[in-house]
Design a protein around this ligand. Structure first.
Ligand SMILES: CC(C)(COP(=O)(O)OP(=O)(O)OC[C@H]1O[C@@H](n2cnc3c(N)ncnc32)[C@H](O)[C@@H]1OP(=O)(O)O)[C@@H](O)C(=O)NCCC(=O)NCCS
Length: 211
């Protein structure tokens, strides 16, 4: 039996578990640091926290992290890699990922997303429902491209950045690390590290958003 452990009993975790079932994973169990307060997510059981998961990694054929916060997700993934976990990628059967694109471990591609030729997707990235990442894009570790967001060809996105729902990014634009791009933004010029931008065209917001 194909056994998958998911760390993070979140809404995102629920979508990830559903995606995993569509990919043929047969037994899925959740872990969350809020356990035992959280006992289940949808119909899946939450059976422990990070420490318990690290103690039984050999029981799982794959381990993924489903935490929306990019930094926390990425650091939990590194912790599990160091502990010897098998970290797969997960691509929903209705997503289209070019055979010329590369996905690093721990990255997930949800229903209807498209990743075109020569795109490179970093470790632990989330390519959420119906987003598109076009040819030659390079996404760093722990990036999240939210549902319906569009990255044109050759866009670069630094580590841990978050592209909001429905945002569009013009071709060849460079987005720094730990950037937040607001929902519905149109990014037409480069964005420095740590900025939060929003609007059409995207402008810097005075305060950094949280997720
Ligand atoms: C950009 C964002 C991070 C800012 O969050 P925040 O720091 O909490 O900012 P606030 O909600 O306090 O808004 C601050 C100001 O920016 C404006 N603003 C916020 N988000 C905006 C957006 N996406 N586009 C345009 N303006 C926006 C607000 O109207 C407000 O303006 P005001 O000061 O004139 O009233 C957030 O609004 C956002 O868009 N997040 C993305 C959500 C998303 O994609 N979710 C998908 C999850 S899978």
């Amino acid at each position: 039996m194909n056994r998958l452990a998911i760390l993070g009993a979140s809404g995102h975790g629920k979508v990830l578990a559903d995606t995993a079932e569509c990919c043929g994973w047969q037994a899925i169990e959740f872990f969350d640091d809020a356990w035992p307060q959280i006992e289940s997510v949808s119909e899946w059981q939450v059976i422990g926290d990070t420490a318990l998961l690290k103690g039984k990694l050999q029981s799982y054929d794959g381990v993924l992290v489903a935490i929306g916060n990019n930094q926390v997700r990425y650091h939990k993934l590194l912790e599990l890699v160091e502990a010897g976990a098998m970290i797969p990628t997960m691509v929903h059967p209705t997503a289209i990922v070019s055979r010329y694109a590369t996905l690093e471990i721990g990255s997930v591609v949800f229903a209807g997303a498209v990743v075109n030729a020569d795109a490179r997707i970093g470790m632990g990235a989330i390519l959420n429902t119906g987003c598109s990442v076009d040819h030659d894009c390079v996404l760093g570790a722990g990036v999240h491209v939210s549902p319906g967001a569009r990255l044109a060809g050759g866009v670069r996105v630094g580590d841990l950045s978050w592209i909001g729902i429905g945002a569009s990014v013009r071709e060849l634009v460079r987005i720094g690390s730990q950037v937040t791009v607001g929902a519905g933004a149109a990014v037409v010029s480069d964005i420095l590290d740590l900025m939060t931008v929003a609007g059409v065209p995207a402008r810097i917001l005075p305060t950094k958003g949280k997720k």
